[in-house]
Design a protein around this ligand. Structure first.
Ligand SMILES: C[S@@+](CC[C@H](N)C(=O)[O-])C[C@H]1O[C@@H](n2cnc3c(N)ncnc32)[C@H](O)[C@@H]1O
Length: 379
């Protein structure tokens, strides 16, 4: 069978479980080094979701069957030397030579059947129709499990957050996990995390939520008590002066304002937390510090300057995490249509420091004329 026929047949018959395109050819002009793909149901339509890997970052893209076929074939004919495709009927390995000759090897299927009627539900950790006590208590769901219309964005945000936790939680290979959630606010995300770890994954946890505001701490403790979340405690305090004697495995900081994010990252690094997840917001620090003749075109308009300085802030933060042995990804938290504060820095401690991290960091500071950076100064 020809490669184009095989790809068409797999996509048309909806038998695809997962595929991986790899072994980038030397002469390829593509930025990404690998692509995974799998079927997804979006609004009851079947699409293929592609995950492209560029350095330590991943980018997702959905395409219909026709576009997917075209992309996969183009990559195989021009850019990559290998593809494996797992289907419900067989596993295929396609080996492509530099001259465009290929071999298709077929084996018995090694992956389980995917039932697409369930697939859409499987994408969400919290499912509509299931009344979760914490979501009912917090007014996101009705008692019969219906998500209230005006709370739908919150429901989606909670699911997305748990998805991002799910991807990395296995990095903390322990039954007992200690977590500090800095700037927890009203703590919807903290309650969701507790529910996921304790009720779904059956882990033992101790979670601390910290915030400056008395009222949210009181709300958090009362809610935790009412829900029987007995290993979740809230304390009033400033991140900077919060000290912890015991090991902290994971540090979370979601939408903590300005340099409160830096303080959270610093704590995470100092405690050698295995996982750090931060969604920065209000990155004001560098707005007044960035200056540059060479990229003045980026900085001379207020709104661009604001966005560029926010991105430079986060890139410097990510680099400092890298320089301290973390593998860092910048991932979309919720879609941009809901909030501009949507990029999560997700870091996993690997104790490997890339050779070029420090140089990249110094160059960024040099190009943007940054002489002083809060996180570096306080680390
Ligand atoms: C925008 S809210 C985010 C709440 C929650 N994490 C979320 O994402 O839904 C930011 C919270 O961070 C808290 N915060 C800001 N700076 C802080 C600091 N230095 N120490 C502790 N909490 C802080 C604020 O009081 C506020 O409740």
């Amino acid at each position: 069978m020809q490669l184009n026929e095989l790809v068409k047949e797999i996509l048309t018959n909806n038998t695809l479980i997962k595929g991986v395109v790899s072994n980038k050819m030397k002469n390829s002009g593509k930025e990404f080094t690998k692509v995974d793909f799998k079927p997804v149901l979006l609004k009851d339509e079947m699409y293929i979701q592609f995950t492209k890997y560029i350095d330590t970052q991943v980018f997702h893209e959905n395409a219909n069957q026709f576009e997917s076929e075209k992309m996969i074939l183009e990559w195989m004919m021009n850019d990559f030397g290998q593809m494996v495709i797992f289907t419900q009927e067989a596993d295929y390995q396609i080996l492509m030579s530099k001259k465009g000759k290929y071999k298709i090897l077929k084996k018995a299927p090694s992956k389980k059947m995917v039932d697409f009627s369930h697939n859409r539900k499987k994408q969400y950790i919290l499912q509509e129709g299931t009344p979760y006590p914490f979501l009912v208590y917090l007014g996101v769901m009705t008692a019969d499990g219906k998500v209230k219309q005006q709370r739908y964005d919150k429901f989606k945000q909670l699911n997305r957050y748990l998805e991002l936790v799910e991807d990395v939680i296995s990095e903390i290979d322990q039954d007992f996990i200690r977590i500090v959630d800095f700037g927890c606010g009203k703590a919807y995300l903290t309650f969701a995390l507790y529910h996921y770890l304790v009720d779904v994954l059956k882990k033992e946890v101790e979670i601390i939520g910290l915030d400056l505001k008395e009222n949210v701490i009181q709300f958090g403790n009362e809610t935790a008590e009412a829900l029987g979340f007995d290993r979740l405690k809230f304390y009033k305090g400033d991140i900077k002066s919060f000290n912890e004697e015991k090991t902290v495995d994971m540090v979370v900081s979601l939408h903590a304002c300005d340099t409160a994010t830096d303080d959270s990252l610093i704590k995470g690094i100092q405690w050698e937390a295995k996982v750090i997840m931060a969604v920065p917001c209000c990155q004001h620090e560098l707005y007044k510090k960035v200056k540059s003749d060479s990229v003045n075109g980026l900085l001379k308009y207020g709104i661009y300057k604001e966005r560029v300085s926010a991105i430079v802030t986060d890139a410097l933060r990510a680099s400092l995490l890298e320089q301290n042995g973390y593998e860092v990804e910048a991932v979309e938290f919720v879609s941009l249509e809901h909030t501009a504060k949507n990029i999560m820095i997700r870091a996993v401690k690997k104790d490997i420091v890339k050779d070029d991290s420090k140089h990249e960091y110094d160059e960024l500071k040099r190009v943007f004329g940054i002489e002083d950076f809060y996180m570096e100064r306080n680390l």
